[in-house]
Design a protein around this ligand. Structure first.
Ligand SMILES: [Zn+2]
Ligand SMILES: [Zn+2]
Length: 301
């Protein structure tokens, strides 16, 4: 999995920070997560290929997470897109898309679907051959959901030299990869473990913005490979974080600690902060493996 961060800010587009949008590549699939104003410009600026995006996941309908969506999906019309596109998000998303499309007179040459998800449950909302996407209930001032992207476990890899050594026919390979032994024509059984090496462990990415700190989030993302958690404020403004439904960097770090995440990425920084040193300092005191997203930053999950 590879993550590209297209925007790291909250509030206004100040301090060189754009609005939230993440692009996640997992195998042959590319997912767009949130689509704040200017996302198209960022995709173009960083020369990110995104025509293959077939699913867009919107956390909530605040402008800094969704005002770039209509521009993006109508640009697909100009590009004569024909591949279907599905947008997942909270209740209200369909009305937003349908209303603006109607008022602006947009006709889509591709199949456009909107799936409204229940933001109060941790449930599987999308599944393909290699990936799953689950909702994560978040606590914000409006209906809001995070997204957990999980690679599915892959079958073991069969060793080419063993195929040759035992003259294993092609037809027998799928059963061996799924855990079976191989029986030679003379009746000897060659154990699965001698024929294969385990596939890479599946990776996972959790996107949690915007939200007050929540133990439920920590439970939903337990053991995640990479956790992105909003950290709008530093401890100095923890009261503002509480009443606006946001988190401090320290609170985000505590969620990562509770979840046993491998790594934590912070973002959605309030425009009042010129730099993010204090955020990192306060987070590191709780969870060591933490970094701050950067505009156009690429991260191996
Ligand atoms: Zn918000
Ligand atoms: Zn926001």
């Amino acid at each position: 999995m590879q993550l590209i961060v297209l925007g790291s800010g909250a509030g206004g587009p100040f301090q060189g920070r754009n609005y939230t949008a993440h692009l996640l590549k997992s195998g042959s699939e590319t997912f767009l997560i949130d689509c704040g104003e200017g996302t198209q410009h960022q995709l173009y600026h960083y020369r990110v290929k995104y025509d293959g995006v077939a699913q867009i996941f919107i956390s909530h309908l605040h402008g800094d997470h969704v005002y770039g969506l209509m521009g993006l999906i109508t640009s697909f019309c100009l590009k004569r897109r024909t591949d279907p596109l599905t947008i997942y998000g909270p209740a209200g998303l369909r009305e937003l898309v349908e209303t603006i499309s109607r008022i602006s007179g947009v006709w889509y040459p591709y199949e456009l679907s909107v799936v409204e998800v229940d933001t109060t449950v941790h449930a599987k909302v999308f599944e393909s051959k290699h990936n799953e996407v689950w909702s994560i209930p978040l606590h914000h001032r409006t209906l809001c959901t995070g997204w957990l992207f999980k690679e599915k476990p892959r079958p073991d890899n069969i060793l080419p030299e063993k195929i040759e050594e035992y003259q294993i026919p092609f037809s027998a390979i799928p059963a061996i990869k799924s855990g079976g032994d191989y029986t030679l024509p003379n009746g000897t059984i060659v154990p699965h473990g001698e024929l294969t090496v385990p596939a890479k462990a599946p990776r996972s990415y959790a996107f949690c913005s915007d939200t007050a700190p929540s133990e439920e989030v920590a439970r939903c993302v337990a053991g995640v490979s990479l956790l992105y958690h909003e950290a709008t404020f530093t401890n100095e403004h923890h009261e503002e974080a509480a009443y606006s439904g946001h988190s401090t960097a320290e609170q985000a770090a505590d969620i990562a600690r509770q979840a046993g995440a491998e790594k934590l990425l912070l973002g959605h920084i309030s425009s009042r902060y010129r730099d993010t040193e204090q955020h990192l300092l306060e987070a590191k005191a709780v969870f060591e493996r933490v970094g701050m997203v950067t505009e156009g930053g690429e991260y191996e999950v």
